[in-house]
Design a protein around this ligand. Structure first.
Ligand SMILES: NC(=O)NCCC(=O)O
Ligand SMILES: [Zn+2]
Ligand SMILES: [Zn+2]
Length: 462
């Protein structure tokens, strides 16, 4: 199948330029002005539009068993929703239960993900430690294309990694050429604050942010960074939500440490007033960790993206419907944590970032795909419009608008944290591996068409 995208402005992280883009099979085979194409080629007119690398969402949870239930989106519905929004690759998480064999968990997630409509790859969580975990991390890196390991510093009595696990796993990651990543919240503090609130009878969703204040996140971010510093490993901090965590990253980077930070589309535009709503279903729908913060923190996150101290944008897409959220109607600690967004991230970041002048189109590409591809070692296969790269492309209509709503979204869960937000800047066409999968509102996602993307270790060839 040959496709030519004609007349658009190609936007890469380093520059923007007028060019046609020719795709053959799953690859980009030519980029240049006035390209020839076979008569049989499908032609996509990109006049007046941008042609950008498909988005990479570095943080999703499809089909996740979590807090006694399973997310509403599976790998088909979740990746299909991503394609509709211009995201062509997701980075999801294998999360072994404590004491569960890593390889067994990894194989389980690979089975679930076989129905993906878009490309996918996995971070693997280290939720416990013994010699088999040490061994299996090696097998995952050498034989299964894993180059990042995740550590939850929160979720006490469930998947929380203690300091021993952090230290041993960071050290092992370095040895293997993999990058450690952390969910930075002090799980013990969260637990104690939750108990205090419950004892006072403060059982509703408005207690959720009170149990997870910025200092709780900052303590864990600083601790993870300090451990990484002592062990001389890089570290990637997921869903940075507050100014204090960003300060920790900025300080470490200015001291020569290799620290990366991820911002969520939700944290960039939604503030903590949502937890004060009298509509408990609405408030519970916004319960995620870390929670939404005040506008002061939002501003800091945008500054972080602009200054280059935050590197990627993601969603932490982890959808639960109202019935699932209702498990915590009498106890906020039992509300399944998580919100959606994989379908909306690109438009939300464009609208709130590029349309406001905070980010240039090239900076947008940098934080929606290129940095992710580089940090997780799949560049230049992903994250750039160039000859030889995967033909994962979003044709972006900067004048197009969409009002985001759960009623019209492709994602499941029946709720959207961006509900009612009108965004200007939408995908008109998405190509995944050279196939048109979304065109002017019509989604043509195919279950099983997505591919697992192996990510080589960082020390290969050294
Ligand atoms: N973020 C969240 O609330 N749920 C998903 C699990 C996690 O990333 O912490
Ligand atoms: Zn998390
Ligand atoms: Zn997450």
């Amino acid at each position: 199948m040959t496709t030519i995208i004609r007349g658009g402005t190609v936007v890469n992280a380093d520059r923007a330029f007028r060019a046609d883009v020719l795709c053959y099979g799953d690859k980009i085979v030519a980029v240049g002005e006035n390209l020839d194409a076979p008569a049989s080629a499908r032609v996509i007119d990109a006049t007046g539009q941008y042609v950008m690398p498909g988005g990479i969402d570095t943080h999703t949870h499809m089909n996740l068993p979590f807090m006694g239930t399973v997310t509403a989106d599976d790998f088909f519905t979740g990746t299909a929703a991503g394609l509709a929004g211009g995201t062509t690759t997701i980075m999801d998480f294998v999360i072994p239960a404590p004491k569960q064999n890593l390889i067994e968990a990894y194989q389980q997630w690979r089975e679930w993900s076989a129905m993906s409509a878009g490309d996918y790859t996995f971070h693997v969580a280290i939720t416990w430690w013994d010699d088999t975990v040490h061994r299996d991390m090696g097998i995952l890196v050498r034989d299964h294309g894993v180059n990042s390991f995740k550590h939850f510093m929160a979720y006490k009595n469930a998947i929380m990694a203690d300091d021993e696990t952090l230290v041993k796993s960071f050290r092992r990651s370095l040895e293997l050429g993999a990058i450690p990543t952390v969910h930075a919240e002090n799980g013990e503090l969260v637990y104690q604050l939750q108990q205090d609130l419950l004892k006072k009878g403060l059982t509703g969703p408005s207690s959720h942010p009170l149990s997870r204040p910025p200092a709780v996140e900052a303590e864990a971010a600083n601790r993870a960074i300090a451990i990484a510093n002592v062990l001389n490993t890089p570290v990637y901090i997921v869903h940075v939500s507050c100014a204090e965590s960003l300060d920790a990253i900025t300080r470490a980077r200015s001291n020569g440490q290799r620290v990366y930070g991820e911002a969520l589309a939700g944290h960039l535009v939604i503030d903590d007033s949502v937890y004060q709503s009298d509509d408990l279903e609405f408030a519970a729908g916004h319960v995620m960790s870390p929670p939404f913060r005040s506008k002061h923190h939002q501003k800091a996150l945008w500054n972080g993206l602009q200054s280059g101290n935050l590197h990627t944008t993601a969603t932490d897409h982890c959808t639960f419907c109202a019935e699932q959220k209702a498990a915590g109607k009498d106890d906020f600690t039992k509300i399944p944590n998580g919100c959606g967004g994989v379908e909306d991230r690109m438009s939300v970041v464009w609208d709130a970032g590029v349309n406001t002048g905070v980010l240039t189109p090239s900076e947008f590409v940098r934080v929606t795909s290129t940095n992710a591809a580089q940090i997780f070692n799949i560049y230049p296969r992903k994250g750039v419009i160039a000859v030889g790269a995967d033909a994962d492309i979003v044709v972006w209509d900067p004048e197009g608008t969409r009002t985001i709503s759960a009623r019209t979204q492709f994602a499941k869960g029946g709720f959207n944290v961006f509900e009612g937000r009108t965004v200007k800047g939408i995908p008109s066409t998405t190509l995944a591996a050279g196939v048109v999968v979304f065109h002017r509102g019509e989604l043509m996602a195919v279950a099983g068409a997505g591919r697992h993307i192996d990510r080589p270790a960082f020390n290969q060839g050294a």
